[in-house]
Design a protein around this ligand. Sequence first.
Ligand SMILES: [Zn+2]
Length: 478
Amino acid sequence: MYRMFVIILIACLFVSRCLIALASDDQAVPRSADLLSRYIRHKSVTGSERMAGLFFSTVARQKGFHVEVLTDEPDSYNFTASLYPLESGKPNIVFLNHIDVVPAVSVDEFTYPPFEGVIADGKVWGRGAIDNKGMAVMQLLAMQYYVDLATETDLPFNITMLSVSGEETGGEKGAKIIVSEFFDLLNPVVVYGEGGSGVPDVLVREPDRKLFGISIAFKRSLWVELTLAMTTSGHGSIPPSSYVVQDKIQALNRLTERNRRITFSESTRNMFYELGRVEGGMRGLALRNLRLFRPFVVPAMRREEMIFALITNTITITGINTPEGPPNLIPQEITAILDCRLLPETDTGKFLEKIRRSLVNSDVDIRVIKEAVHAPPTQPDEFYDYMKEALQRVYHGAGVIPILAPASNDNNYFRSQGIPTYGILPVYLPVYLLETIHNVDERLPVDDLEKGVEVYRQLIAVLIESEYGEVTNNSSAE
Ligand SMILES: [Zn+2]
């Protein structure tokens, strides 16, 4: 009997020691990192979001959120997690993120397997760590601080995390469905989605000062196919004075040169103005007065491909095709594919007309393959200021500017409906980490993940303290 007692005692000691070890392990890994790690393990390459979406919506439900699954298909899982049910009809502050990730090619080059969510070296490693599962974790954990408050008090607005599918391939299976079928139910007054982030090495006078760019507009993509047909002699031994391939190459040359004209649209002008304010000094003065300083500023901007892309409509030739044939056969038809990126203020019709004119040959057939949704830039309003305040509460003294982003994402679906939409991943990452997005060894430092949670938490605090909270409060009390 005594022996039995000792055995049981030893067993109990062993179990409790294991539990202590587990508990201290838990303390070592913040719950944000643990949740992100588990989310990454639910692989969700575009078109297969469902299991990851189910996992994350279940976590949200367990944390006390009102969860609504808006679509539940093998290739399209979209859900909301809110402080109040959507049916409450409260004006809704929407935190947008996407469930899907891009595939991991060249898996051999990854330090850790891309879909295992390894936590090592103070970072969470894997596909989606930055783009965009890390942001979902930040949003959900920040909202969790307010679940009890929302139960006890009747806040004048709702806060909803919206997780969607299909962002990486244009949003047809996610944001587009939300906007066309669930817009009224969602009732958004503002959307905070992905876009800008902390950007290093921009400020020349104070290189150590942090700068955040909140995206308020995107260039939109326009994919075009040009087909030129011409009947000429068919043999390469006697070249005709003009034939399609030669003609097209010359025309494309003209096209890519001619359209590199610089336009300072309202949104770019605003971006450089705000940058100038943060920068100060002579450089700041020039950025704030682009008209005056244009002859000095433009040549410098021309040298920076990234900046140059923000002040021009770009045309990139991404394909040239001729019908298959032997090397000595002159093709009678040629097609070229163009990836055009247009500034938000550019009119598509006028842009295509310009292409037609610069091609000279009127026989060319221009076909639009796909055009991204038109969306006017968001004019920074009080919701911009709230995010700016939240960022500055966490990153003291940081500069914050509105930016135009060169590539578009889901935000434009909401902008196209006239909803103010701000793109910001609230972390400050060095370039080498930003470059891991869609690339080998995507990873997010745990400290930055925690800071991101804090920014969203502060954003909610600012919203509650703000005039917006009060104004609506008063009106709802009447
Ligand atoms: Zn993304």
